[in-house]
Ligand binder design. Structure first.
Ligand code: NAD
Length: 353
């Protein structure tokens, strides 16, 4: 076998769902990966370390330019998903971009961003999202060849454990109930992060900054209302699964600092104001007859995302770009059938037995 030229991808929070998804597929097709982890303990870190050509660096990202220099040294590609647990996300996000620039070898820098709703309409910013948008703007100003991915809601947020917002609560009669502030008919973007982030990112790296410099790409493959999500679970599990819209998110367990404000923001932004999940104009193409644009993920009164084109009505969906990047995506029904019961059993639950 001839020696193949290899590129090195630098990633942070390597054990997170987004980064781990990329590392698994990147290693499988021959990339080298250098990944920062908060801790080498745990099954995901052990799994990643066992993969070919994956090197993990343990250490904190907070005030740690030395680690960042080591991370990017000689790397050609970077996927950066900052997380709030690691410390000040804006400071870390900026420092990482500075370090990537200093390295001088980065050909494509992909940052996992999220919107600041206050920039796009009469909406409050969600604290854990707006900081990522601040970092995005910093990366743009630095002049790195860059692309910004926006993750939809993870399928595997769902659990029957009492975590806020995405608890599928097991009822005494064996059915499930999901209670959340989203309107019953609100179109929401979904993503099977572990299954589909990696392959989509690989394709973005293959296309390169020639195609994607400066772009925002929605990482979502499926748009479903809360009722449609419950119907998918119901078909998959062969049980009754119902959705109930509630104004307040129940907090039954201890949650990390800052998460309460995020949840309260979600109650207002999506529950009361019915804002679109992705407010940016590029994710909300104009609907027929509307100069202002009513996108597929529009909030109040949004259209179905159909546009009048020269050849008639063309479908304009927020999922189009991701589906073009990667056709093997996993939908909610498959997730609920194949993965949800396995994850639940791993969490010590036995309703599926
Ligand atoms: P994750 O939630 O799967 O994992 C979090 C990572 O943080 C783990 O690697 C963990 O080891 C690490 N960590 C835990 N404690 C830490 C500490 N004290 N210091 C440093 N690191 C620590 O990660 P993910 O899902 O890949 O990324 C999370 C990000 O994705 C969040 O910023 C979130 O806002 C964003 N996001 C999530 C969703 C969703 O539906 N869940 C949707 C869009 C965006």
């Amino acid at each position: 076998m001839t020696q193949q030229p290899t590129k090195t991808i630098a990633v942070v929070n390597a054990t997170g769902r987004q980064a781990a998804s990329l590392i698994r597929v990147a290693s499988a097709v021959g990339f080298h990966v250098r990944g920062q982890v908060h801790s080498l303990k745990g099954i995901i870190a052990a799994e990643l370390q066992s993969l070919p050509n994956v090197t993990l660096i343990e250490g904190s990202l907070a005030n740690n330019p030395g680690l960042m220099d080591e991370l990017f040294r000689g790397a050609q590609l970077a996927f950066i998903n900052t997380v709030s647990q690691a410390g000040d996300e804006v400071a870390i996000g900026r420092a990482l971009a500075d370090a990537a620039k200093r390295a001088g070898t980065i050909q494509h820098y992909i940052y996992s961003s999220m919107p600041d709703h206050s920039v796009y309409g009469p909406w409050p910013a969600l604290p854990l999202w707006a900081c990522k948008f601040t970092v995005e703007n910093y990366v743009r100003q630095l002049g790195l060849p860059c692309t910004f991915v926006y993750a939809g809601i993870y399928n595997n947020n769902f659990t029957s454990l009492p975590y806020p917002l995405f608890q599928m609560e097991l009822q005494p009669d064996g059915s499930f109930e999901w209670r959340a502030p989203f309107p019953e008919d609100m179109p929401l973007p979904w993503l099977d992060a572990e299954h589909d982030v990696g392959p989509a990112l690989l394709q973005i790296f293959k296309d390169g900054p020639q195609k994607w410099h400066g772009h925002r790409i929605a990482l979502t493959f499926e748009t479903l209302t809360p009722v449609q999500v419950c119907n998918a679970f119901s078909r998959a599990l062969n049980r009754r699964v119902t959705y109930r819209r509630v104004p307040k998110i129940e907090i039954k367990v201890k949650i990390p600092a800052g998460y309460r404000e995020q949840l309260e923001g979600i109650e207002v932004l999506f529950g009361q104001l019915e804002a679109p999940y992705f407010p940016q104009p590029e994710f909300n193409p104009p609907a027929a007859g509307s100069p202002k644009g009513l996108g597929p993920l529009g909030g109040k009164g949004a259209g179905a995302g159909m546009m009048q084109g020269p050849g008639g009505v063309v479908s304009q969906r927020v999922t189009d770009e991701a589906r073009q990047l990667w056709q093997g995506w996993r939908d909610m029904e498959e997730y609920a059938r194949e993965v949800f019961p396995v994850e639940e059993e791993a969490n010590g639950l036995d309703w599926m037995l």
